[in-house]
Ligand binder design. Sequence first.
Ligand code: AMP
Length: 142
Amino acid sequence: MRITDVLRGKGTNVVTVRPDSPVTELLDLLAHHGVGALVVSSDGVTVEGIVSERDVVRRLQRDGADMLGNPVSEIMTVEVHTAEPHADLEDLMRLMTERRFRHVPVLVDGSLAGIVSIGDVVKKRIDELQDERDQLTAYITG
Ligand code: AMP
């Protein structure tokens, strides 16, 4: 199973936020789109960072509510782990578990071409196991 198999189901749309946008705008976008992380990008195709709910919570705890007016670039992670569409889903699952992050942007020739969350990967794996179970049941009973 590959990343393309996930993107085929969920699509390639990625919500981005500009690095100079305030954290309040980030919160609006996270809530509006019902996601846990956004890719930080000035042009919508080049990845400059990634920022998740966890980054906001940690900074809020450390700096207090004043940080809500600061730019997203101050709390984002700059070293972003990305993947290509043909990457193996199990390798990606292992990477997310070991590195403790739940989102991986997908790039094609350096441009944003999708995003995969741990939820997407788990859902795909459950569907796969269900298919295998159905096939085995059909084999045994048929
Ligand atoms: P998450 O589990 O995705 O909410 O993110 C947990 C932490 O890892 C946050 O500090 C994120 O900025 C960071 N993070 C999330 N996704 C990635 C990624 N693909 N590469 C590097 N850091 C990430």
